[in-house]
Design a binder for this molecule. Structure first.
Ligand code: ZN
Length: 432
């Protein structure tokens, strides 16, 4: 049974009512946390891995609740464009040439980046579901893969095939891989598809990962087609009776907000993508005040251009202060909550990850506060949200297995992954 001990840490468990503890200790065996709390005295036991976290903060692994992982290949390929033009002239034509190999290496590149920045779990909606899933398995991370289900003029996805694949993954893959169903959005799926997804999710206890009300235009489109606003439309089709992680939720009115809160729909806030694409401001302060289930995601690399959850949490804390003029909105504690336990809950994994507690999975991140930009230390929450950067992460572990430590990836060949991803990216954009 593999075991790990982290000691000398400033411990931030993120459990309800917790206080930072220093020095703190965490012990896990076989991927499960056995002890977490104040550092204990002499130990007679030994561990397979011991990590001295002196000068570091130990937090639950960050959870990226919405991304399109292999879009790392399009990082910086097309920026600063209006959304529709960006999608139709750049992103979709390039994505149409994607191969399974591209998705695998693009996803592996994303995994390197996320581990480097302290992220341990991600929810990925993308084409070539099987390649993305394979990358998640090989990369060692906790992942919730979902294929994109779409109804476009030239493409109709099969819900049945997606369900079968999800059940297969559940049966064959390690338990840290949790498949979901990924209907793209209310405007890009038919009502029949959404109904089928809702029923299959119920029948097989599968979560649903969807985009919801990201732009004003798509809301108008749904109203014109169905007579209902998007949240009511999904409610009527039975979609909201399941575990749902809904990315964006920017254009929701008061009634819709009430439904999202009452149904405890997971709302995934993606502040950087929303700002970069000029999509608008989600009503996060009201959602928080109303008790919504709220997490954070980076969205794809083409609209971010990073998969950096520390930066995302910082932007979540800053964005709403900026446009409301109220600097007391979204406190550092709330932003860190969203990036950890909040995101875990949006994905239906609140019982397993998101906090460091006995019995939960040992997914953790250690962030060094030694650098000049992190000194002096008055408040750990403030430092983690307003001062640290991804490069301050020194250790990232999933199920107690260290996947990144002091610049090294013990289980991955980073150089090879970067080279292969670059080859795929260049071929993709040069083959039109
Ligand atoms: Zn997205």
């Amino acid at each position: 049974m593999a075991s790990v001990r982290v000691y000398n840490a400033t411990l931030m468990t993120m459990a309800p009512g917790f206080e930072p503890v220093a020095p703190g200790e965490l012990v896990a065996s076989d991927g499960t946390i056995d002890y977490v709390g104040p550092q204990r005295g002499n130990h007679s036991a030994t561990w397979d891995t011991e990590i001295d976290a002196a000068g570091g903060v130990l937090i639950p692994g960050l959870v990226n609740a919405h991304t399109h992982l292999a879009m790392t290949l399009l990082r910086g390929y097309a920026d600063d464009m209006p959304l529709h033009e960006w999608l139709t002239t750049k992103i979709w034509p390039t994505e149409a040439r994607l191969t399974e190999d591209d998705v695998y290496w693009g996803a592996m590149l994303g995994i390197l980046e996320m581990l480097r920045g302290g992220t341990t779990c991600f929810s990925d909606m993308y084409h070539f579901f099987n390649a993305g899933t394979r990358a998640a398995i090989d990369g060692g991370m906790r992942a919730l893969p979902s294929g994109v289900l779409l109804q476009l003029a030239e493409e109709t996805s099969s819900v049945q095939a997606a369900v079968e694949f999800a059940l297969q993954v559940r049966q064959d893959a390690p338990s840290r891989i949790v498949p979901m169903l990924g209907p793209h959005a209310p405007y890009s799926c038919t009502d029949g598809m959404l109904e089928q997804v809702a029923q299959a999710a119920q029948e097989h206890d599968l979560g649903i990962h969807i985009h919801l009300s990201e732009t004003f235009d798509e809301v108008e489109q749904v109203i014109a087609a169905s007579g209902l606003r998007p949240v009511h439309y999904l409610e009527e089709l039975g979609v909201l009776e399941n575990t749902v992680a809904a990315a964006h939720c920017i254009y929701v009115d008061d009634d819709e907000l009430e439904v999202l809160i009452e149904k405890q729909v997971g709302i995934v806030h993606c502040p950087i993508s929303a700002m970069k694409l000029g999509s608008g401001y989600a009503r996060i302060p009201e959602m928080l005040a109303g008790g919504a289930r709220l997490g954070l995601g980076t969205d794809g690399c083409a609209s971010n251009n990073r998969l950096d959850m520390l930066q995302e949490a910082r932007m979540a804390a800053l964005m709403h202060k900026g446009y409301t003029g109220d600097p007391a909105l979204i406190k550092a504690e709330e932003a860190l909550h969203m990036a950890t336990v909040g995101s875990a809950e949006t994905l239906g994994l609140g019982e397993q990850i998101g906090t460091l507690e006995v019995g939960k999975r040992a997914d953790f991140t250690i962030i060094s506060l030694d650098a000049a930009h992190n000194q002096p230390l008055h408040n750990v929450f403030s430092q983690l949200i307003y001062a640290v950067e991804a490069a301050d992460v020194v250790c990232t572990a999933v199920d107690g297995v260290v996947l990144y430590h002091n610049g090294e990836y013990p289980h991955l060949d980073a150089e090879h992954i970067i080279a292969r991803a670059n080859e795929c990216a260049m071929r993709l954009v040069n083959s039109q």
